[in-house]
Write a protein that binds this ligand. Structure first.
Ligand code: MG
Length: 295
């Protein structure tokens, strides 16, 4: 290429560059417009929207399809139990602890070790079909041991005489020989409320005062959930109690903090099944119609 033609070809480059810039600019405009349109929401007809909604519904995870029979079972059959003939009377599967005739199911809590640990017979008296505390003879306990249970027991406070507060008609129902549901004359007898009749002694006052009158029979129905301990003696679940007095709930699933001492604070000591016991607190409290069911 001679010098003249070289100069001519060089003069041609700016024209090509200008045309290329225009082409690039046009393509850029077309691409930008396409992107903007792609980002715009599409206009839908109502029918299109409904179809789309139906498609989304179909894509939702389906709830489980329950068959009513899948939540029903037929075994094991609960055993048939014949109820008592009247309210408060023992059902067929109850253990009769006292029916007014003898104290064969009971023994003294005074258990002299020198006689090989054999306890004395229960020292309380039976008068007119009632079991009465023999003051000073000590408490009595069942020969059988219990854990979770349903207990029915009726009691009657003796004449007040000159006794007041904790000394008037005091006895107690000790679940598992450890946890006292207080028995006390509640007829115009002032005392601390967590020690009144119906209290879990020094832990829980009754929700209401359902005692009637001195000299009238009072009816406890007790539903007891025993505490559970593991092999190391650690508490796995505490004791729980529900009580009705004369048909009225006075303790509602109360969770016990431990035993029920006169002095000091409650605590748990590991144990298994233990006897049911009744307290001798020095007054001639009467009991009748005592029955219990293992739960
Ligand atoms: Mg007591």
């Amino acid at each position: 290429m001679n010098r003249k033609s070289h100069i001519k070809s060089l003069s041609f480059y700016p024209l090509i560059l200008t045309k290329m810039k225009k082409v690039i600019l046009i393509f850029s405009l077309i691409a930008s417009t396409a992107i903007i349109f792609a980002q715009q929401p599409r206009q839908q007809t109502p029918q299109q929207g409904q179809q789309q909604g139906q498609q989304q519904q179909v894509q939702q995870p389906r709830p489980p399809q329950w068959n009513p029979a899948s939540t029903e079972w037929y075994y094991p059959q609960p055993p048939k139990v014949q109820p008592g003939k009247a309210a408060g009377q023992p059902p067929a599967d109850a253990i009769i602890l006292f029916d007014g005739t003898n104290l064969d199911k009971w023994e003294s809590q005074r258990s002299p070790a020198e006689r090989g640990g054999r306890p004395d017979p229960a020292p309380w008296k039976i008068v007119n079909g009632e079991m009465r505390v023999a003051p000073g003879s000590g408490g009595i306990q069942t020969k059988e041991f219990f854990g979770d249970c349903q207990l029915h027991i009726e009691f009657k406070s003796p004449a007040p005489e000159n006794h007041h507060g904790q000394n008037r008609g005091n006895s107690g129902v000790f679940l598992q020989n450890t946890y006292e549901l207080q028995v006390l004359d509640g007829d115009n007898n002032s005392t601390y409320v967590n020690g009144m009749v119906g209290s879990i002694y020094k832990q829980s006052a009754p929700m209401v005062d359902a005692y009637t009158k001195n000299g009238e029979w009072q009816v406890y129905d007790i539903y007891w959930k025993a505490p559970v301990f593991n092999g190391e003696g650690e508490l796995l679940s505490p004791a729980m109690i529900t009580v009705t007095l004369n048909g009225i709930v006075i303790q509602n699933n109360y969770i016990l903090k431990g035993h029920t001492p006169y002095t000091g604070l409650p605590r748990y000591t590991p144990h298994g099944r233990l006897p049911l016991s009744l307290q001798d607190h020095g007054t001639e409290v009467a009991f009748r119609n005592i029955w219990i069911r293992h739960l």
